[in-house]
Design a protein around this ligand. Structure first.
Ligand code: SF4
Length: 361
């Protein structure tokens, strides 16, 4: 496990180094306090400052803290945490590899072996045949460009705002670095949340509580508890439209929209009100099902189905660019809410309050 593995733990070679060292992650989680503490720092830092914190002195601790942090994120299992953690890891990687490219002092301080070039990253993400060096920067094949830029919000990234050159999108060096940061973010988020054996989850109980405490202090759940139907993912907008048009919905579709509405914070009464316009939804049954989904009349609180399940049931309708970057309708909604300026959201709430007051008057 060398300095480069510790500095860039998401690389395939870093994962291989962990495997070749015969590391048993369950034993590390149970016995290696330094690794677990650094993993906790990575995750808490991602939430509180958007940064993964200062690297540990030991390459081993720094490298192993990355897979342990992913396990910790999986144990907590909150969409907002997965997103913030992946962002923070990607930002750390971006800072490092752009420094490696441009800053001699950084190279000297970390040593050449620890550095990572743009070409290394292109190879890592199998992009060498899709990204072509030009005199002014790079040309990126359109499908690759769309894939990497799908979560980038500023309008300049939209394909309609780019000049196309023979089926390729010209980008500057800094823009390519931003696209590579996106590739890192995808890599970090890939597979999260992982399925974690009980004994590993139990060993991480302390850090899990610490992360949950930070989450509740930050009231991040507020993000998802805001109801802005305009920002719902296309699938849920479609289902909601069907409900409000009085159409019959199969059980899986009804389950999907009801869990989604419950997960984003609607009360049972509010959900029943929405369904009232649809005579096919008996109030009593809707109330019973909603309470069941919310875990009030059952031992389980249900979560809305993932995109994979929605697709399997034919409930994934009109997916858009953002859909390429997420794997859960709740993640779509969180990302949309995140994009909204606080001010816009405030305006929207004020409008809603005024409408509510008008309706009461
Ligand atoms: S990809 Fe996911 S979020 Fe997007 S429409 Fe399909 S199910 Fe909904």
């Amino acid at each position: 496990m060398n300095a480069r593995h510790a500095r860039y733990p998401f690389l395939g070679e870093s994962r291989q180094a962990v495997q070749e060292a015969g590391v048993d992650l369950a034993a590390v989680v149970a016995e290696d306090d330094a690794v677990v503490e650094r993993a906790r720092e990575r995750v808490v830092g991602a939430l509180t400052s958007g940064e993964v914190g200062e690297p540990a002195r030991s390459n081993r601790v720094e490298l192993l803290s990355y897979p342990v942090a992913r396990v910790l994120v999986s144990v907590v299992d909150e969409h907002v945490l997965v997103r913030k953690y992946a962002d923070a890891e990607a930002n750390a990687a971006y800072e490092r590899f752009t420094a490696d490219e441009t800053d001699d002092s950084e190279l000297k301080s970390v040593g050449d072996d620890a550095s990572l070039s743009r070409s290394d990253l292109l190879r890592e993400f199998d992009l060498t045949s899709h990204v072509h060096a030009t005199q002014d920067g790079y040309d990126v094949d359109v499908p690759t460009y769309l894939l990497l830029s799908s979560s980038l919000r500023p309008d300049k990234w939209r394909l309609v705002n780019r000049v196309l050159d023979d089926g390729r999108v010209p980008v500057s060096e800094p823009e390519l670095d931003t696209l590579l940061r996106e590739a890192v973010r995808e890599r970090v988020a890939e597979g999260l949340p992982l399925s974690v054996p009980d004994e590993v989850a139990d060993a991480l109980e302390g850090p899990e509580t610490a992360v949950r405490d930070v989450l509740s202090e930050m009231d991040l759940t507020r993000e998802i508890d805001t109801v802005v139907p305009e920002l719902f993912p296309p699938c849920m907008q479609h289902l909601l439209d069907q409900v409000q048009r009085g159409e019959h919905l199969p059980h899986h579709s009804r389950f999907a929209i009801t869990t989604f509405l419950a997960n984003i914070g609607l009360t049972t009464d509010e959900i029943v009100d929405i369904y009232k316009v649809n005579p096919g939804f008996g109030e009593e049954m809707t109330r019973y099902q909603t309470d069941h989904i919310r875990g009030e009349s059952s031992p389980t609180e249900y979560t809305a189905p993932s995109c994979a399940t929605m697709k399997a049931y034919g409930d994934c309708v009109n997916p858009d660019d953002l859909c390429d970057a997420i794997n859960h309708p709740l993640s779509y909604y969180e990302a949309k809410l995140d994009d909204e300026e606080d001010e816009d959201l405030e305006d929207w709430r004020e409008r809603e309050n005024e409408d509510g007051e008008d309706a009461e008057a």
